[in-house]
Design a binder for this molecule. Structure first.
Ligand code: GLN
Length: 212
């Protein structure tokens, strides 16, 4: 298993630290050739316009889309989630792979950054011990840094987490995962392990779908 981490700008090293800790090989992706043979790709947080422009400059947009179309899993955190979205309400290069719309910098200036616990039922599948009340996994510590919101989701998209006020902050669609917060800035590796599970599922789906 080999995971790529797009390393043009932003918090790519932090993803690498967690992947190393959980024993998964990874490669930093800066050029199209670095995408070859990957099982999954992480697009980190940072500044989505910068990442998108650099990706376009290095001819990465098309091969990244092709990777997703081949059924490889792709996870975007924060700016990465913006890149994955079909719509971001601004003129900037997007991959446009996931049927979600995002609103950039949705929390405004005063609340540029905040941290809050999130209930994420999908993390139960990882065999985590239930929370104190036995009702589900322990909350995930959400770190939001000038975060976008997922302002709408298509019918094929599964919502994974909302703020207490109802806004969607994590979602997945087939092999694609979008989180507008930063799991790589915590010690909690459950989202990374959820992504590994998605990679395994995608591999199964691709194998089951090929008859040659
Ligand atoms: N505000 C940034 C953007 O719109 C995203 C912030 C982040 O990735 N932490 O690109």
């Amino acid at each position: 298993m080999q995971i790529g981490v797009l390393a043009l700008q932003g918090a790519f090293r932090e993803h690498g630290v967690i992947l190393r800790r959980i024993g998964v090989a990874h490669r930093e992706v800066r050029l199209p050739g670095h995408l070859r043979g990957l099982d999954g790709l992480i697009i980190p947080g940072g500044e989505s316009t910068t990442i998108g422009k650099l990706a376009r400059e290095y001819s990465l947009l098309r091969p990244m889309r092709a990777l997703a179309h081949e059924g490889k899993a792709v996870w975007g955190t924060c700016a990465g989630a913006i890149l994955l979205a079909k719509q971001a309400g601004s003129r900037q290069p997007l991959l446009g792979l996931m049927d979600i719309a995002v609103q950039r910098n949705a929390f405004g200036r005063q609340l540029d950054s905040f941290e809050t616990p999130l209930e994420v039922g999908a993390l139960t599948a990882l065999g985590e011990a239930s929370g104190a009340n036995g009702s589900g996994p322990r909350p995930f510590h959400g770190v939001f840094i000038r975060a976008p919101l997922i302002s709408s989701v298509g019918s094929g998209v599964e919502v994974l987490a909302r703020l207490p006020t109802g806004e969607v902050v994590a979602a997945r669609q087939d092999g694609m995962l979008a989180t507008v917060f930063h799991p790589e800035l915590t010690d909690d590796d459950r989202f990374h392990r959820l992504f590994l599970d998605m990679i395994a599922l995608q591999r199964g789906a691709v194998t089951a779908g090929s008859y040659d």
